[in-house]
Design a protein around this ligand. Structure first.
Ligand SMILES: NC(=O)c1ccc[n+]([C@@H]2O[C@H](COP(=O)([O-])OP(=O)(O)OC[C@H]3O[C@@H](n4cnc5c(N)ncnc54)[C@H](O)[C@@H]3O)[C@@H](O)[C@H]2O)c1
Ligand SMILES: O=c1ccn([C@@H]2O[C@H](COP(=O)(O)OP(=O)(O)O[C@H]3O[C@H](CO)[C@@H](O)[C@H](O)[C@H]3O)[C@@H](O)[C@H]2O)c(=O)[nH]1
Length: 459
């Protein structure tokens, strides 16, 4: 089937960038992204491209070039579903916060609502594509809902997980290592492959069965997160032995079997995906009674929680065992650089820990607004909203955040932090002036020459 009209349900960090690139590379296809969140759709339609709800380098230019031509953002979900030959489901699949599997299993209610909505309004045959990250065998449930409509419409279900990383989403989409398509119907698989073939070489379009595709997504994230937890585990040993984790990472990464990527020790991984997807993998393994498998992967999360906590503990210990009443500047709130996304950011948990010890926190992030910082802290429910408001200040300027601070905690590796005037920063801080570099972005010798007491991860 030649695809002329695509609908994507879910205008988030995946739906927005992915569909913008598909539209740019397929000018003959009309792409409509729909969402129940009217404010988000309005932001995608904002004439001012700096106000798009997702910040990604290069994204505004692509949206600017395609929006209103063959890329549309709408809240009219039913109309877009019915008009489409191919429907991507790109809604959120968070960890369940209630009932069976609470705290581990993926919450599939949004996925099921989409499937029921498609079943209800479709009047022509559709290819339905799982773009969201889903537990293995979810396609079975979607199939069951769609095939029991009794209205004679044919649905083909494909799994097409997304591997983009935030902050590099546009580059990842333009030059993917691979596009993965899982399915049962060859014609449907080929229709989706043709959409990608507009810019992705055929050799990079992998075709598998549905279940391999679904499971590959969870597995890829588990392997990536495992590398970060592995190097972070070694960072703790480095701190006690005189080894330097960045040197160790370089030394092992030059082994072509290990490879150099994803070996950057840090304050701990964040983001909306790693923790949620590993918890989901753990839950699935347990549900098949594979307890050793579940325990193995769970350790990746345990190690990450430990890394965040020990970063905060090390800061407190170094500041003479108390941060009560002290100003701590938190530089960076996003879970990594070049994104405005803060989901599961290590900064949230480190700040929460320091607030428990009665620190006064001053936050600066180049892309995260003050409201988001407070929302993230309030969501934890550790203390009242008034207490968070009173003990956390958010600054749009890094120099205001660090003024009179006892210590700086670098939480995000924003390039702008590397080029701050560190001599000027030093001159305005309390002495001794401490830096806890949770990203190892600064040079120890330069910082010490200025006068800082500098602590990095794994050094
Ligand atoms: N964020 C990433 O980098 C990334 C990368 C790869 C895969 N994923 C996966 O992609 C999926 C989406 O992630 P995201 O980060 O884009 O989430 P998101 O929360 O940014 O966006 C999801 C959107 O879906 C909308 N939505 C929910 N239910 C809906 C419904 N019934 N009808 C219409 N709209 C609905 C929400 O309002 C929201 O705007 C998740 O499964 C995630 O695991 C995310
Ligand atoms: O060597 C490293 C690499 C990453 N991180 C941290 O790990 C987290 C995740 O980073 P990254 O994977 O780059 O960003 P995500 O946007 O979370 O992307 C991951 O999760 C997505 C959602 O499933 C997948 O699509 C991507 O392939 C996968 O990389 C961030 O806090 C990073 O700072 C490190 O601490 N050290």
């Amino acid at each position: 089937m030649t695809i002329k009209n695509i609908c994507c349900i879910g205008a988030g960090y995946v739906g927005g960038p992915t569909m913008a690139v598909i539209a740019q590379k397929n000018p003959h296809i009309k792409v409509t992204i729909v969402d129940i969140n009217a404010a988000r759709i309005a932001a995608w339609n904002d004439a001012d491209l700096t106000k798009l709800p997702v910040y990604e380098p290069g994204l505004a230019a692509i949206v600017g070039a395609t929006r209103g031509k063959n890329l549309f953002f709408s809240t009219d979900i039913d109309q877009a579903i019915d008009a489409a030959d191919m429907i991507f489901i790109s809604v959120n699949t968070p960890t369940k916060t209630y009932g069976k599997g609470k705290g581990q299993a993926a919450d599939l209610k949004y996925i099921e609502l989409c499937a029921r909505n498609i079943a209800k309004v479709a009047t022509t045959d559709k290819i339905v594509v799982e773009k969201s990250t889903l537990p293995v065998r979810t396609a079975e449930a979607i199939k069951s809902i769609l095939h029991n409509t009794g209205n004679g419409i044919n649905f083909h279900i494909l799994s097409n997980p997304e591997f983009l990383a935030e902050g590099t989403a546009v580059d990842d989409l333009l030059q993917p290592d691979r596009v993965l398509i899982g399915g049962e119907n060859e014609a449907a698989i080929n229709s989706l492959a043709t959409v990608y073939a507009s810019w992705v070489p055929q050799a990079r379009i992998l075709k598998t069965n549905l279940w391999s595709s679904e499971l590959s997504k969870l597995t890829a994230n588990a392997f990536l997160a495992q590398r970060v937890s592995s190097i972070n585990a070694i960072s703790e040993l480095c701190e006690l032995t005189g080894a330097n984790v960045d040197e160790v990472a370089k030394a092992i990464g030059t082994d072509s079997r290990i490879g150099p990527k994803f070996l950057k020790a840090s304050v701990g991984f964040g983001g909306s995906c790693f923790q949620k997807d590993i918890l989901n993998l753990v839950y699935i393994a347990r549900s098949y009674n594979l307890h050793e498998v579940a325990n193995y992967w769970e350790q990746v999360i345990i190690m990450n929680d430990h890394q965040k906590r020990r970063f905060a503990d090390r800061l407190i210990k170094t500041l003479y065992n108390t941060v009560s009443g002290k100003k701590i500047a938190v530089l960076g709130w996003a879970f990594k650089k070049d994104t405005n996304d803060t989901r599961e950011s290590a900064a949230i948990y480190v700040t929460d820990h320091l607030l428990n010890e009665q620190a006064h926190i001053a936050v600066h992030d180049p892309k995260v607004p003050a409201e988001k910082v407070y929302t993230d802290l309030n969501y934890l429910n550790t203390r009242t909203e008034a207490e968070n408001q009173n003990n956390v200040a958010v600054y749009t300027n890094a120099y205001d955040a660090v003024k009179d601070a006892h210590a700086i905690a670098i939480m995000t590796e924003w390039d702008a932090f590397k080029t701050l005037d560190w001599e000027a920063v030093y001159s305005t801080m309390q002495k001794p002036a401490f830096i806890f570099d949770g990203r190892n972005i600064l040079d120890k010798h330069t910082m010490e020459a200025i006068g800082f007491e500098y602590h990095a991860i794994g050094q």
